[in-house]
Design a protein around this ligand. Structure first.
Ligand code: GLN
Length: 276
């Protein structure tokens, strides 16, 4: 289990961080133009502050100059462009994104975030924009762990606040250690300090293929099928503009272009219109 006290601590920390950000942002956020009233679904001229946790390549990471790069970054820029809104990214811890949406410190979050029923209770999601799933990673020479049940009583590293952390919490006897980012959890495995990592397959595979996490392999089937969505505050006026832009980008091939740039292949199959 992720310890509840740890969960609460992180949520509260995330929340106070968000409040701090909200306070700092107060000065330079332009007030909504009055004519925006009554045109709730039109984003023209708006600036969207979009939160992301940039340690999740190939979805979001920092380039050599510290600039944000990745599939999510390109997709969000394209959505903004299509909707006539300016996108300003804000880097936040993953477990601070939902609290920041709730306080209104950010207008949206794109961060490889799985659409889940639990999250839907506090935020809204765009239509699904990516099909992913959880995978188990182990040491390259590990022949014992192949499935979820092999993880009972094992040491598992996960990223805090993620679907991978939830999955690990349900494994009997597992000793789960939580990290602030997926690369840190994978590094722990590479260092031989844990038996396995449960994390989003595309991110684990990217870390292995890029050579960043040596001595690690993925085993077995995907544990889950998950869909990523852009998270928005409940009743956000921007949801229609974002969904319309996403639909258009998927239809006109822009989405496929961005996909190929980051994954080297064409997108497989069609995305469903809703995830749950
Ligand atoms: N897809 C996972 C989740 O939503 C992990 C996301 C992330 O770490 N950026 O929980």
């Amino acid at each position: 289990m992720i310890k509840r006290s740890q969960f609460i601590k992180n949520t509260v920390l995330g929340l106070s961080g968000a409040l701090l950000l909200a306070a700092c942002n107060g000065g330079d956020q332009p007030a909504a133009a009055p004519e925006a009233d009554g045109a709730a679904s039109s984003a023209a001229g708006d600036t969207w502050t979009v939160g992301t946790e940039p340690a999740f390549p190939p979805f979001e990471s920092q380039g050599d100059g510290g600039e944000l790069v990745g599939f999510d970054i390109d997709l969000m820029e394209a959505i903004g462009e299509r909707a006539g809104a300016t996108v300003e990214f804000q880097s936040l811890p993953f477990d601070g994104l939902i609290p920041s949406l709730q306080t209104g410190a950010i207008d949206a979050a794109i961060s490889g975030m799985t659409i889940t029923e639990e999250r839907e209770q506090t935020v809204d999601f765009s239509r699904p924009y990516f099909r992913a799933g959880l995978a188990i990673a182990v040491a390259e020479d590990d022949e014992a762990i192949k499935t979820l049940s092999d993880l009972e009583n094992k040491a598992i590293a996960v990223q805090i606040g993620t679907t991978g952390a939830n999955q690990a919490a349900d494994i009997p006897g597992a000793e789960v250690s939580t990290f602030d980012s997926a690369p840190l959890a994978l590094q722990e495995l590479s260092n031989g300090n844990v038996d396995a990592v449960i994390n989003d397959a595309p991110v684990t595979l990217d870390a292995i293929n890029s050579g960043n996490i040596p001595g690690v392999k993925v085993v077995g089937e995907l544990l889950t099928e998950e869909y990523y969505g852009i998270a928005l505050p409940s009743d956000s006026p921007n949801i229609e503009a974002i969904n319309t832009a996403l639909d258009e980008l998927i239809e006109d091939g822009t989405y496929a272009e961005i996909y190929e740039k980051w994954f080297g292949t064409e997108p497989e199959g069609e995305l469903p219109e809703s995830a749950l």
